[in-house]
Each structure stands twice: as structure tokens, then as C-alpha cells.
Write a protein that binds this ligand. Structure first.
Ligand SMILES: [Zn+2]
Length: 612
């Protein structure tokens, strides 16, 4: 599947890219005037919605009317938002598109205000009454899960006075994240180091990562690592004080709402038992032997005297293989064969229907995403650059898009969106299937090594690192919950102990690594979030086993369960959806499937290396 391409895609302007490689936004609206008309319609619907205020208690018909009007508003909002947003993302220098995008944001803020009466008014009706209505009215019963989960949230809602106080305090709660962002971005002084060849390097985040990923001279990596972490260490006490703000806020909110722990508070919305996270981190920590084996192997292959944190990212072997997009497309379709021909047809339709904006162009938004434009189809933004990483990104985003397609086809609008807790299951499973396909096709030994390293680094980054992070967050929050002092020394101690527990004797430890906690934005911006990458990955690791091994009947059943998960969208709590797919996250089995997968990949890599 690998060929050389000669075109330097990055040099092209948008006009020079063949239309077939760009997305076709006229599937949403033929042009801006139709989009304008959409805005007008949205405005009228919002006004109509406001008229329902104060009527819900009159009976099931009124409640149903409010839900249906809410659905209409929701559906239209996808079109008006994404038509402006996708136009903007294809060239962010386009001021007109930016202005239109902001116009939608203002309209949405107005709509949110006009709809804010709904939930409080619903909750004033006793749940038993609403249940009676749902039992008698099948059309209202469609909204059962949405209604029940709204009441479930209510269990920890305070009286009016209490809620007012909490809402007044919410501005304060955002401050630690803002300070962290200012300290780490606006006010940071990026260190400059001199490399072994006499060249100077300014260690911005991008430069630092690029250096660790490409520089084959260990003293350069060491110098970069020390200077980079030194910047954070120089403000260690400030970072600790800011993080204490996060911890105290979370504990304050948890206690205010009568939760017994910050973890319980964080998981309540999705109805996830705290044991899920506790099991996850325990299983990962107990399953680090293959991780250590990988690092020992890296040390040997890289020919290093000692192996350090800054040696983890450099590739085992050099490879400048290019992957031509049009060939990759066929390979991805083929690789989805285990999921059946209907699924493959869906993937082909996405590739052929101009749903994807493939290449970079000046002004285009960086990164990649899948955008669910309800009632149209998902769109995918890529910045495809012929590297192996970008190949896997295509497979990843296609998993998200297929999830969107299946869930929109099979669910009423209200459940067509799914939570982050399940979102990364189809995307990571899609990557795993594609990897299996690639490895089975690749005979060149160096290519096989590159592929295996990609898969292993993916497991390390998406599972092990996120579990370590989740463990750190859990322990740090417990310090606050137990009224322990929270100092830079205490936080560095928690982080460093965990880092050592994961890597054992496979690494030589350097003091600057202790401060790593200070530079992870998620810790400051969205606590108890990263574990979901790990639970999703673990779910995929278990699902792919059932999809690709066992008897034909077992495999068929595994595929059916997986597709049922995708079709289910957000129609139930994520734990329930996953359980029906055969993944029980309250047990150690899913995380153990990842440990097993890593063990197998490291063994394969060892064999390939020994043969080389
Ligand atoms: Zn994703």
C-alpha cells in the first residue's frame, strides 16, 4: 500500500487541490442565503419555544410539544453551526466566515437563555406524575431516558439558595485553569538550548516534542528535557498553589452536593461507579511488565548506556515511507471487512461522497476531527501528509463518523449524540482493525517494525499514560479530601512514585521528571477526564478480541454487539451500553485485555528486531 508521492501537498493553495479531496459543504446548504434563512427559522423557533413556558405541568401533550420543539431546534442548530464553522475551518483567515460563525454563537447564547426555564420547570413536576404520563403516552415515552437522567442529576441539586450560591462561586472555580494557562502559555519564557552541532533551539511545546521525537543525539534530548522541565520547576510552588485551587474547588463542590468524594461527584452524571476508575488504575499498575519490556528493548535497539524519560519518543528506526491517500482509502475499506459489508459500504460512501477535507492548505485549521452534521452526514477534517500517523488518523476519524451515521440512523434525535465515555471506542477499534490489516499485508521488515512501534506507542500513550494520570489525579484529590497539606513537594512525590512504579528498573530516573504534573493541561482544565481515553481503549481491546478470534458464530455475535453499541448512540448510560456490548468496566477484564495486547505486540516487535 505504500508508494512514493512526489507532490509537495503543503505548498498548495485551496484552489489547487482537486475538488475530490475537499469536502462538499453544499450538502448542508446550497449557499449563504439559504444559511441566512436557516438563522431566521431558528430565531422563530426559539420564540415559539419561549411561549411554552409555564405550561408543562398541564399535561403530557405540552411536555411532548416542548421536547419535539427542542429536537427541531437541536437539528437545525447542527446545520447552521457547522455550515459556518466548517467554512471557517477550511480557511481561518476568512473574516466573513468567522463573523458568521460568531453570529451563530450569539444566536445560540440567546437560545440557551430562552430555553433555560425548561429543566427547572420539568423538575417541579413529581417524577411519579411524569412516569404516569410516559406510561400512557408512547410518543412521550421515547424521551424516558432523557427524562429519568434529568431527575437523576437532580438528586444532588440544592435548594434555590444553595444553587444560587454555587452559581455565584462558579466564576471563582474557573480561575485556577485560567492562571495555569497564563503561566504556561502567555507568560512562559521558553528556554533556549545549544545543541551538539552548535545550533540553538527554542523549546516551545511544539519544538520540544519534535526534538524528543526526532533528535538521535541523547545529550541533546537530555539538555532539552532538563531545560524544559526547569521552566516548570522554577515556578513549582506557584503551580502547586494553582493546582491546590483545582483540588479545593472540586472538594468544595463535592461536599456542597453531598458526595462522599470528588471522584463520586465527577462520575455521577454518567452514572459510573467510582470502582471503575479505581479498578482501572489498579489493573494498569499491576500490568506494567510488558511496558517495561518495551523500554528495555528500546534501550537495547537504540544502543543507549542508560535509558531515560527523554528517550521514550525517538523512533527505533528511521523510515521515510510515504502513504498515498487514494491507496490508503482502499486499504481502510478493506480492513473493515470483519465488521461486515454494510459497514464497509458506509465507509466507502464517506470516502466517495466528498465528506472529507483531506489536505492542508494555507489558513486551514490544524489537527483532525469528525463533525456530526445531523440530518446531512458527518464531515471529516484532516491534514493528511502521507505519514503513517496521518494514515491512522483517517482510520480513527472514520470510526467516529461511522458511529455518528449508525447512531443517527437508528436513534431518535434526542439520543443521536453519544458521550465521550463511549466515543473513543469505535475510533480506537477502527485503528486496531486497520493495524491488523496493515501488519498482515506488510512484508518489509523495517516497515513491520515501524508499524509495531506505532501500535505500541499508541497503547502506551492512550492507555498507560492516561491511567498513570488518572491515578495521580485520584491521589492528589485524596490529599485534599483528607485535609493533607498540598505542596509542590507532595505533588511531585505522588507523581514521581507513580512514574517509578510504572517503569521499575527499565528506566534511569532524573529529578526534573518529578514536575511533569505541572505541565499537563487536563489536570488544571478538566479533572477526572483522561481516564475515559483509557476505559475506551480497554473496551476496544476487549471488543476486538471477540470480533477477530473464536468461532465464526462467536465472531458474528461480537460484531453484532459492537454494531449495536454504535447504533445505540446515547440512549442509555454508557456503562449499560458497554455491558450490552460485552464489556463490563466494573471488572478488570477490559484493562487486562490491553495488558495482553501490549504483551503480544512487544513480543512481535522483539522477534522482528532479532530477525533484522
Ligand atoms: Zn477521537
Amino acid at each position: 500500500m505504500a508508494t512514493e508521492t512526489t507532490v509537495d501537498a503543503r505548498a498548495r493553495t485551496r484552489d489547487e487541490i482537486p475538488a475530490g479531496f475537499t469536502w462538499n459543504l453544499s450538502d448542508i446548504y446550497p449557499g449563504w442565503s439559504e444559511w441566512e434563512a436557516g438563522l431566521g427559522e431558528f430565531d422563530r423557533m426559539v420564540a415559539g419555544y419561549a411561549e411554552l413556558r409555564g405550561t408543562l405541568a398541564q399535561g403530557p401533550e405540552r411536555l411532548l410539544k416542548a421536547f419535539r420543539l427542542g429536537d427541531d431546534l437541536g437539528q437545525l442548530s447542527y446545520r447552521i453551526w457547522y455550515y459556518a464553522g466548517l467554512n471557517y475551518d477550511q480557511d481561518q483567515r476568512d473574516n466573513a466566515a468567522n463573523a458568521r460563525r460568531q453570529k451563530v454563537q450569539i444566536l445560540f447564547a440567546k437560545a440557551a437563555e430562552a430555553r433555560s426555564w425548561f429543566t427547572p420547570e420539568l423538575l417541579r413536576i413529581p417524577l411519579a406524575t411524569v412516569r404516569g404520563w410516559m406510561n400512557a403516552n408512547p410518543e412521550l415515552a421515547i424521551y424516558r431516558f432523557a427524562i429519568e437522567s434529568t431527575y437523576h442529576q437532580q438528586e444532588h441539586v440544592l435548594d434555590e439558595k444553595g444553587e444560587l450560591l454555587l452559581s455565584l462561586s462558579s466564576r471563582l472555580g474557573d480561575v485556577p485553569h485560567d492562571i495555569h494557562s497564563m503561566l504556561s502559555n502567555a507568560d512562559i519564557k521558553h528556554p533556549v538550548i545549544t545543541l551538539h552541532d552548535g545550533k540553538q533551539a527554542t523549546l516551545t511545546y511544539g519544538q520540544y516534542n519534535a526534538l524528543l521525537q526526532t533528535n538521535r543525539h541523547q545529550p541533546d534530548r537530555k539538555a532539552a528535557f532538563e531545560a524544559f522541565h526547569g521552566t516548570f520547576a522554577a515556578n513549582a510552588n506557584t503551580y502547586a498553589a494553582v493546582y491546590n485551587g483545582v483540588l479545593q474547588r472540586d472538594w468544595f463542590l463535592a461536599q456542597s452536593r453531598q458526595f462522599t468524594s470528588t471522584l463520586e461527584a465527577a462520575l455521577h452524571g454518567n452514572d459510573i461507579p467510582p470502582a471503575v476508575v479505581e479498578n482501572l488504575v489498579a489493573t494498569a499498575k499491576a500490568g506494567t511488565e510488558p511496558l517495561r519490556r518495551y523500554h528495555r528493548l528500546r534501550k537495547r535497539v537504540l544502543g543507549l548506556e542508560t535509558y531515560h524519560a527523554y528517550d521514550q519518543l525517538v523512533p527505533l528506526i528511521d523510515c521515510d515511507r510515504k502513504y498515498e491517500y487514494s491507496k490508503v482509502v482502499d486499504e481502510i475499506v478493506e480492513s473493515m471487512a470483519p465488521l461486515g459489508s454494510d459497514y464497509q459500504r458506509g465507509v466507502r460512501q464517506a470516502f466517495d461522497g466528498r465528506w472529507i477535507d483531506v489536505y492542508e492548505n494555507p489558513g486551514k485549521r490544524s489537527g483532525a476531527y469528525s463533525a456530526p452534521v445531523y440530518g446531512v452526514h458527518p464531515y471529516m477534517l484532516l491534514n493528511y501528509n502521507d505519514t503513517l500517523d496521518s494514515v491512522f488518523t483517517v482510520a480513527h476519524e472514520m470510526g467516529h463518523s461511522m458511529h455518528t451515521m449508525l447512531s443517527e440512523t437508528h436513534q431518535p434525535f434526542v439520543y443521536s449524540d453519544y458521550t465521550i465515555f463511549v466515543a473513543e471506542v469505535p475510533s480506537t477499534l477502527s485503528e486496531m482493525l486497520f493495524f491488523d490489516h496493515m501488519l498482515s499485508r506488510t512484508t518489509d521488515q523495517r516497515d513491520r517494525i515501524v508499524l509495531l512501534q506505532h501500535a505500541i506507542d499508541d497503547i502506551v500513550g492512550t492507555f498507560y499514560r492516561q491511567c498513570l494520570f488518572a491515578d495521580y489525579e485520584l491521589q492528589a484529590h485524596r490529599l485534599a479530601e483528607q485535609g493533607q497539606p498540598i505542596t509542590a513537594e507532595a505533588l511531585s512525590g505522588v507523581y514521581f512514585d507513580l512514574f517509578k512504579a510504572y517503569h521499575g528498573d527499565a528506566m534511569t530516573y532524573d529529578d526534573p521528571a518529578q514536575i511533569t504534573w505541572a505541565r499537563v493541561p487536563h489536570f488544571f482544565g478538566s479533572p477526572y477526564y483522561v481516564y475515559q481515553y483509557a476505559t475506551c481503549y480497554a473496551s476496544s481491546a476487549q471488543l476486538i478480541q471477540t470480533i477477530t478470534s473464536g468461532s465464526v458464530a462467536e465472531r458474528r455475535e461480537g460484531v453484532e454487539r459492537f454494531l449495536a453499541l454504535l447504533r445505540a448512540g446515547g440512549s442509555d448510560y454508557p456503562m449499560n451500553l458497554l455491558k450490552r456490548a460485552g464489556v463490563d468496566l466494573s471488572t478488570a477484564a477490559p484493562a487486562e485485555a490491553v495488558v495482553k495486547q501490549l504483551d503480544m505486540r512487544v513480543t512481535q516487535l522483539e522477534q522482528e528486531i532479532d530477525r533484522l
